[in-house]
Structure formats: structure tokens, C-alpha cells
Design a protein around this ligand. Structure first.
Ligand code: ATP
Ligand code: MG
Length: 480
């Protein structure tokens, strides 16, 4: 059987069924107690009937007087429903017969005159009504003649069975009525009890993207719902946070795409305003190509970040020789460094658990920044070092540091530096070389590896550190 989906219906059903079960139990107890009591009373009456008849027989002198005085015997049976009384001689000659339904008298064991009748001496018989009934037979002495007669007292328990049947019907009706009333009460109580839940649903329905600051009222909710309200509020807070980041991100995105595109439009319009030489057209196309490349780099970077956000970047983490990898990257930058008159040095040695392409990409982004900000004649250092494993890590991790000289980054800038489209130097905003996504990608790559990217800048030295965790499964973190 399937339960109804409504909580109110379930509670109503539960109340109704529980009450019906309790009432049925009580009714069963009451009816069996009453039945036992009535049976006990019937049996005691049978015994006292015998005693009374014996007493009356003591007061008469002979059988004829008994015959003449039948009504006195009839009196004692009065008011006892279903009682059958027969007084007869030992030869079977009836003296008193009170048997309105002409029941056949069953053969019974006859108690002697001296035996005091007792409930335990009752015998069973079955009258026409079919109900199992009690019977007793005993001898009674006629006056002081010394002769005795047989007293037979029977009871047709049919009346009792009918009474009990009627009683049980009433109990059943009462049980059903009680269960119906309890179910109705349960319905009312459940509806009232679930009111806070409906209120919460109404509050939740009011939450829209433009009203993400709405919170459910956890304070006035009942204890059982308070936890749920708090969890839902936590969820709303997280959603609100993500949503506002997303809004800011798309605003930045629009802003950053506008510059190269307006450059393209502007230059092209100016050039097309009059006829130009081939050299001028070539110059325009070259300049446009630069902007196209910048746009393409931005799109590629954004795609990378979007995939990293959803941990969809294919990762092949394995043990690598960090020194060999960094030498490769440094080699690639040699020409740029020489061009800017900056020395590039790589020091240290350690193995590292990382994805080769992502590791190179992160270090490339850091070196690109370092070389750009290092003053001419200075040295950009790349250090590799082991670092003590953190709590929960299997062993020691690896730290890669990229250090360059130059003016320190302002402390208020540091917390934002890994943010998307963030440039500390406003002049870089419109620079074709900058997308403002380099460090955001470094941060994403470190999260994908289960590590961290840190920055510190003071005393004319800027240090970016990449902390790679010890080997084992890196846990990809979604980039918030
Ligand atoms: N080594 C550094 N020294 C001083 N400032 C730095 C250094 N590295 C980064 N910054 C500052 O942080 C900002 C963000 O760097 P990020 O690499 O994310 O962007 P970008 O270099 O401007 O653009 P892209 O890397 O896409 O070319 C930079 O614009 C710069 O102002
Ligand atoms: Mg950069």
C-alpha cells in the first residue's frame, strides 16, 4: 500500500488508525470482562436457585403440597431470564416444571442431599439457542419425611450471547466514531502544525535572482525546522555570493572586450575615411592582427578558467622533475630576458606531482609578469624547494618561488591580485599585452592540483609562491 504524499493526510491517517487501535483494544477488554462477569453471575444464580428450592422443599410435607404450591417455586425463578426449573420425583414424575420453551432436559449427575452445591459442580448443556449453557441437578429433602426429590436447574445462556452481541455492536460503532473524530482532530492539528512549513515555502517562493538577499525567518520557525531554515539560508548566501561574482565577472568581461573592439573599429574607420597606400593598409592590418591576437588570447584564457571552474580540465598528474621543467620554461624566456637586460636564474631541485602542461603554464604566467616588472639589470630568480607536508597530506610537497625586484605591490592590492581581470597598474588596462587573467589562471591551476598560490611583496622584492601538495590524488577544487 502506498502512503499518501501529503504530510497532513499521513498524520490524519496515523491519528485515525492509532485511535482506532486503542479503542478496539479497550473495547475487546471491556467486552470480555463483561462477558466473564455475566457468566459468573449466571452460575452463582444457578447455585443459589438450588439452595432456595431445597429450602422451600423443607417447608412442605409431601409431593402433593409441592404440586399445589407451584407458584411459590415459580416466584423464585422470576426475573431470571432463561432460567428453567424442574422439580421431580426420583422416578421422573414432574412436580414443578418451569420450562417455557420446552427444552429437552439433558441427563445430569444428581448431587446427594448432603452435598452443598457449588459453581465448580456445574455441567454444560446446549439448549435450542445453541449457546453453551450451565446446568445443575441435586436432591432436596421433602420436609422431614426423609424422602427426597430431584431439583434440576438449567439456564439458557442464549439471552447472554444476544446481549453481548448487541454490546459489541455498540462498542464497534463507538470505536469507529472515536477514530473518525480523532482523524478529524488530527487533520486540524496537522494543518496548524505545518503552518510554519507553508510560511517557509512562501518565503522561499519570494526569492528571485533580483532578491537573493531574502532570508528565511529561522528565528520564529519551530526547532525542527530551524536547522533546515539555517541550511537554506546558508545556501542562499552562497548562491548570492556566486551570483554577485558572476555579475561582476560578466561586467568585467564586457568592459575588457570593449577596448580591443573599439580600437579595431576606430582604426579601421579612420583608415577607410580616405584612400590609402598599400603600406598604410598593411600597417592597419598589422595593428588589427595585434588586437585579434589579444582577443583570441582572452577568449582562450576565459575558456580555460570556465573549464577549471567546473573541474573539466584534463589532468595528467604524475611525478615530474621540477628542475627540468623549470629549465625548459626559463629557456623559452631567455630571449625576452636578454631583450630587457634582466638575468634569469633557476635554483634548487625537487620532484613534483603535477600536470606537466599546467605546471609550465603557471610558471610561464609568473615569469611573464616578473620579467615585465623587474627593473633592467636585476635578476629574476626561480627557486625550487621541498616543503613540509601539511596536516592531512601524505608527505612533503614542493614549493616553487618566482622572485623579482622592483617596486613593491601595495598591500591593499595583494588580496585582489589573483582575481580575474585585475590589474594593479591602471595603465595596463588598455595594453594589448595584458588580459588581466594571468594570475587568475595560476590560482585556478593551483586549486586544480589541490595546492595554493601565494604572493608577498616588500622591500623592493615581489615573491609569488606555488605550493604543490605531496603526491597522491590531487583534489580538484572548483574555483570560486
Ligand atoms: N611580479 C609582479 N610585480 C609587480 N606587479 C605584478 C607582478 N605580477 C603581477 N603584477 C600585477 O598584477 C596584475 C595582474 O597580473 P596578471 O598576470 O593577472 O595580469 P596581466 O599580467 O596584467 O595580464 P596577462 O597576464 O594576461 O598578460 C598585473 O596587472 C600587475 O599589475
Ligand atoms: Mg600576467
Amino acid at each position: 500500500m502506498r502512503l499518501p504524499s501529503s504530510l497532513t493526510a499521513r498524520l490524519t491517517l496515523a491519528y485515525g488508525l492509532a485511535t482506532a487501535a486503542i479503542l478496539a483494544g479497550v473495547a475487546a477488554y471491556l467486552s470480555s470482562a463483561l462477558s466473564a462477569q455475566l457468566q459468573g453471575r449466571d452460575e452463582s444464580e444457578l447455585v443459589s436457585e438450588v439452595l432456595l428450592v431445597r429450602h422451600l422443599l423443607r417447608e412442605v410435607r409431601n409431593e402433593d403440597e409441592v404440586r399445589a404450591d407451584t407458584h411459590r417455586f415459580a416466584d423464585i425463578a422470576m426475573g431470571h431470564e432463561g432460567l428453567i426449573l424442574v422439580v421431580r420425583t426420583p422416578q421422573g414424575d414432574p412436580l414443578v416444571t418451569l420450562n417455557p420453551r420446552n427444552e429437552a432436559i439433558p441427563p445430569l449427575h444428581v448431587l446427594p442431599v448432603t452435598t452443598q452445591p457449588h459453581k465448580s459442580m456445574l455441567e454444560a448443556w446446549r439448549p435450542k439457542s445453541g449457546a453453551q449453557s450451565p446446568a445443575i441437578a441435586a436432591l432436596g429433602q421433602l420436609g422431614d419425611t426423609g424422602r427426597s426429590v430431584e431439583i434440576v436447574v438449567l439456564r439458557d445462556a442464549g439471552y447472554r450471547v444476544a446481549l453481548m452481541r448487541e454490546y459489541r455492536h455498540r462498542l464497534l460503532a463507538a470505536t469507529l466514531c472515536g477514530a473518525a473524530v480523532a482523524a478529524a482532530l488530527g487533520f486540524v492539528l496537522a494543518r496548524r502544525g505545518l503552518r510554519p512549513l507553508r510560511r517557509m515555502a512562501a518565503d522561499a517562493a519570494a526569492v528571485t535572482t533580483s532578491r537573493l538577499a531574502t532570508r528565511l525567518d529561522a528565528g520564529s520557525a519551530p526547532a525542527e525546522l530551524r536547522e533546515l531554515a539555517r541550511e537554506l539560508n546558508g545556501m542562499l548566501a552562497r548562491l548570492q555570493d556566486s551570483f554577485s561574482r558572476l555579475s561582476a565577472f560578466s561586467a568585467d568581461l564586457a568592459h575588457d572586450f570593449r577596448t580591443p573592439i573599439s580600437n579595431l573599429v576606430g582604426q579601421t574607420e579612420v583608415t577607410l575615411a580616405q584612400s590609402r597606400s598599400v603600406a598604410e593598409y598593411e600597417a592597419l592590418l598589422e595593428s588589427n592582427l595585434e588586437e585579434y591576437e589579444r582577443l583570441s588570447r582572452m577568449i582562450e584564457n576565459m575558456l580555460f578558467l570556465a573549464r577549471a571552474d567546473h573541474a573539466q580540465v584534463a589532468m595528467g598528474v604524475r611525478g615530474l622533475d621540477a628542475r627540468a621543467e623549470l629549465d625548459k620554461v626559463a629557456e623559452y624566456f631567455e630571449a625576452v630576458a636578454a631583450d630587457r637586460n634582466v638575468r634569469l636564474s633557476v635554483a634548487g631541485d625537487a620532484s613534483i606531482h603535477a600536470d606537466q602542461t599546467l605546471l609550465r603554464r603557471a610558471v610561464t604566467n609568473l615569469l611573464d609578469n616578473a620579467l615585465r616588472h623587474a627593473p633592467a639589470g636585476s635578476t629574476v630568480r626561480v627557486d625550487i624547494a621541498r616543503r613540509a607536508g601539511e596536516v592531512g597530506e601524505a608527505g612533503d610537497g614542493t614549493c616553487i618561488r618566482v622572485v623579482n625586484a622592483g617596486p613593491a605591490i601595495a598591500p591593499e592590492v595583494l588580496p585582489h591580485i589573483f582575481g580575474r581581470f585585475y590589474r594593479a597598474d591602471p595603465s595596463r588596462r588598455n595594453s594589448a599585452a595584458s588580459t588581466g587573467l594571468g594570475l587568475a589562471i595560476v590560482d585556478s591551476i593551483m586549486r586544480l592540483h589541490g595546492g595554493r598560490a601565494l604572493v608577498s611583496s616588500s622591500d623592493g622584492e615581489t615573491v609569488f609562491s606555488l605550493l604543490f601538495p605531496a603526491g597522491g590524488d590531487p583534489r580538484p577544487h572548483a574555483v570560486a
